[in-house]
Design a protein around this ligand. Structure first.
Ligand SMILES: C[S@@+](CC[C@H](N)C(=O)[O-])C[C@H]1O[C@@H](n2cnc3c(N)ncnc32)[C@H](O)[C@@H]1O
Length: 453
């Protein structure tokens, strides 16, 4: 760690760096990479393409991704794994913790990935590192640990192409109120204590004796599990030296400092999926809902965060220019499965054949549940979804094969498609992409080709 690096971020950098040297977060055992791919949903190229590039991302032309504050490697490994067969593409990992980088590097080594460039530095130094410009910048769980998040975001923005996009995770304020109360209490108890292990012991002693009224005990399962989890998770949650959170309006203001538009929020509740940001989930009264829907999206989201009450983080895509998601109404677009949907499409048409009325699909991995009405051609449309045919080609084939008197129209088939696409898209099981963009491999397929077993 150079003296210049220490100076650049004021007094907090050294404390934060030391934290991540002693307790690299999140805890990852590189050996696990032999059997599983811990891929963040935000880093799946199918999601990124759909929400950030209108479905038209063409990685064959080259794609450069920067992972800033890459930690123990989930995002860098996930991106590099997807870009493995494209020598024109590159992932650059930056982190100031040597210990974290060592774990991430070992994971890449086990996977025999050689498309990641490793940089040990502060992300605040990015403008001076000559790394070039990027199509995508990931920064998850990092900016809220800087003394000046605005400076950090500006450094990242300076490396982002105008037509590129960012994937960001920042803490949310209301859902973490209990965390901040506990952090303050532990700060009082650990005043002047430099030893990280002693700080942890004090925290454990306090956590073991909380009264039932304590807010942390009444928090979400995720927070309680983290607090009761290993030392690494506990330190990151409750003993962090530098940690701030944002409400939705603060988040928009923060993004505006770097000229960034928010494109899409990811849900952190797999049972809700995209409904987490849908006013209809929160407001039952029809007239009230109609009124809220006339508000700017940003205000609707502000209201939603207040009504939900427990957003713990904001995970979202942002870009220098406003973008629309890939359009399922466009007949020239290809319907494709999300990488997290795994082999779902192999089984769905057969399941629909056997079902009368309501089709009820539960993801074995995430326990999310999509429900839609069976329609005459839903199974046939899915059987023709081969990741190459666009909607028009699928519909024309069904019409050509139909014969007899009940020949559907393109419009009928499009409505049937929308009927199952919407509930499945809600959970990131289905997206749209343009013909010029590359199909993606699902998580199983990517893991199956890891060379070392
Ligand atoms: C909570 S971890 C998140 C890791 C990773 N992004 C993830 O989502 O799994 C925060 C990481 O940011 C790194 N970090 C914090 N401040 C940094 C800075 N100024 N420059 C580079 N890395 C930084 C830490 O070393 C740590 O690895």
């Amino acid at each position: 760690m150079s003296a210049a690096l220490k100076k650049i971020d004021g007094k907090h950098l050294e404390e934060v760096r030391r934290h991540y040297e002693d307790y690299p977060y999140p805890m990852r055992n590189p050996e696990d990479d032999r059997t599983q791919l811990a891929m963040p949903l935000m880093e799946t190229l199918c999601a990124m393409n759909h929400f950030c590039f209108e479905g038209r991302l063409n990685i064959r032309k080259g794609f450069r991704a920067l992972v800033a504050g890459g930690g123990t490697g989930d995002a860098a490994i996930g991106l590099a794994e997807q870009l493995r067969d494209y020598p024109q593409c590159e992932v650059v990992y930056v982190d100031m913790s040597q210990a974290s980088m060592k774990i991430a590097k070992r994971r890449a080594e086990i996977r025999q990935l050689n498309n990641i460039r490793w940089v040990h530095d502060s992300l605040l130094n990015i403008p001076n590192l000559g790394l070039g410009e990027f199509d995508y910048v990931n920064c998850s769980g990092v900016l809220h640990h800087l003394a000046s998040p605005t400076e950090g975001l500006a450094a990242l923005r300076s490396a982002l192409k105008e037509d590129g996009a960012m994937g960001i995770m920042l803490y949310a304020q209301y859902g973490r109120m209990a965390v901040y109360m506990m952090q303050e209490a532990l700060r009082m108890l650990n005043r002047g204590e430099p030893n990280l292990q002693t700080q942890v012991d004090t925290a454990k002693a306090v956590l073991n004796n909380l009264p039932p009224s304590n807010w942390l005990l009444n928090s979400s399962k995720i927070i309680i599990d983290e607090a009761r989890g290993g030392v690494i998770a506990l330190y990151d949650l409750l003993l962090h030296a530098q940690d701030r959170a944002y409400t939705i309006p603060q988040l928009y203001e923060f993004m505006e400092t770097a000229g960034l538009n928010i494109l899409h929020f990811f849900s952190d509740d797999f049972k809700l999926g995209n409904d987490q940001y849908n006013p209809a989930y929160y407001i039952g009264d029809k007239d009230l809902l109609a009124r809220v829907r006339t508000w700017p999206v940003r205000e609707q989201q502000t209201l939603i965060e207040l009504l939900h009450g427990k957003f713990e983080k904001h995970t979202f895509y942002a870009a220098p220019t406003p973008r629309k998601p890939a359009d399922y109404k466009d007949l020239e677009m290809i319907p494709c499965m999300g990488q997290i949907a795994g082999k779902m499409l192999d089984e769905l048409p057969g399941m629909i054949d056997k079902t009368e009325g309501v089709v009820d699909v539960t993801s074995p991995v995430y326990q999310s549940r999509a429900i839609f009405l069976k329609t005459p051609h839903a199974a046939a449309i899915m059987r023709l979804m081969d990741d190459r045919r666009c909607l028009r080609e699928i519909f024309e084939k069904i019409i050509a094969d139909a014969g007899g008197s009940n020949v559907p129209t393109i419009e009928d088939l499009h409505m049937e498609f929308e009927n199952f696409y919407q509930p499945m898209h809600k959970f990131h099981w289905m997206y749209m992409r343009a013909k010029n963009s590359e199909p993606t491999l699902n998580l199983h397929m990517m893991q199956d080709r890891v060379p070392l077993k």
